[in-house]
Write a protein that binds this ligand. Structure first.
Ligand code: MRU
Length: 356
């Protein structure tokens, strides 16, 4: 089954509401940058590459909305309404940039859209909007191609029969299609390897139990769900052959930010001599950040830790923290799997060479 996490239909963006999966499967419609930003913040759409694609469409939607309110170019030249268009666009970029802080793909996509905007800034708002929409389509299509290449590179690392643990959801739902870590699993299966997946449930938002499990069940890829605190037991009992996870941002030295709990898994993998791979498109590598210590880590609402949805099990009045990501030092990473190849034992030199 092909999961279309985001799609352009009838002049609007549609995104699967990942907050209600797997209980219900529903698309929500988006028409403005502000509503897309809210969709990202509230995790209707989540996962680093998918956030980037959504943001690109957010920019295009804003341009379409503003240009439809801007009269076409008059014979006298550009009018005051274009100043309004440009100011509205800046506001759209700002609201999208403020939606979530950790996934660098968001800022990467906004930067790319801004460059396109600058390259056509002398054209009419209507032409600018069409060019930005074409770029958003290209970012979506490119993400699917990248995931395919990354999947093939990663699949080669997995032995036939491998039992592979993953954390969070780095699947089709976290991208425009195919997935990063789950893309590796899909490619391994396509190559005829009989792999099986172990998914951490991934507290507190349950991306593993709800989303990774749903995706693997759809495709009949064998999956065993465990709670996060069972990973050490599984490794100690020889039930894990490799770990493959995704990432939201990789620093220039190879430190990796990913869903909270990933660091714990990496430490356990090292203790048990299990390879720990990170599937990561080049757009997730941030050369402006020297080490993981500088990666901004999102703190989300404490309600997510209190319980799930409306049911709260934590004691009333208790102090709660909810950092949504942690950083795994490069020394614990066996390899970065990218669309350009695998960087073993990533460090500054290896990453620089990869990025050309
Ligand atoms: O908070 P989320 O669900 O957006 O976090 C997602 C992750 O941590 C994924 O592992 C990461 O974005 C890689 S997705 C291909």
């Amino acid at each position: 089954m092909k999961v279309e996490t985001l799609r352009w239909a009838h002049n609007k963006l549609e995104m699967i509401d990942q907050r209600i999966l797997p209980a219900a499967f529903e698309y929500l419609s988006y028409y403005t940058a502000a509503s897309v930003a809210e969709g990202i913040r509230s995790m209707v759409v989540r996962g680093a590459p998918a956030i980037g694609v959504a943001a690109a469409y957010g920019v295009a939607l804003e341009a379409l909305r503003l240009s439809s309110a801007t009269p076409p170019l008059s014979p006298e030249g550009r009018g005051g309404s274009e100043a309004g268009f440009n100011a509205g666009m800046e506001e759209g970029f700002n609201v999208l940039a403020a939606s979530r802080p950790t996934a660098v793909n968001l800022f990467w996509a906004l930067q790319r859209m801004r460059k396109v905007w600058e390259s056509v800034v002398t054209q009419t708002p209507q032409q600018v909007a069409q060019r930005l929409l074409a770029e958003a389509h290209e970012i979506l299509a490119e993400d699917i191609r990248i995931n395919k290449a990354m999947g093939a590179n990663g699949a080669a690392l997995l032995a036939d029969g491998a039992r592979v643990l993953t954390h969070c959801n780095a699947g089709a739902l976290a991208t425009a299609g195919g997935g990063t870590a789950l893309g590796v699993f899909r490619s391994a299966v396509e190559a005829g390897k009989k792999i099986s997946v172990i998914a951490d449930e991934t507290r507190p938002f349950l991306q593993g139990a709800r989303l990774t499990a749903w995706e693997m069940v759809q495709e009949n890829i064998p999956l065993t769900l465990i709670t996060d605190n069972m990973a050490g037991y599984m490794m100690a009992h020889g039930e894990v052959d490799a770990v493959v996870v995704g990432t939201d941002r990789v620093a220039a030295n190879g430190d990796v930010a990913n869903k909270i709990g990933t660091y714990m898994v990496a430490v356990l993998a090292k203790r048990h001599n299990i390879p720990f791979y990170v599937a990561c498109p080049l757009s997730t590598i941030d050369l402006n950040i020297a080490t993981g210590a500088d990666i901004p880590i999102e703190e989300r609402s404490v309600d997510e830790v209190k319980g799930f949805r409306d049911y709260h099990w934590a004691a009333q009045g208790v102090k709660i923290r909810n950092p949504a990501f942690d950083v795994t030092p490069a020394e614990l990473v066996t390899g970065l799997i990218t669309e350009k190849g695998v960087v073993l034992q990533p460090d500054v030199q290896g990453i620089r060479k990869l990025m050309g």
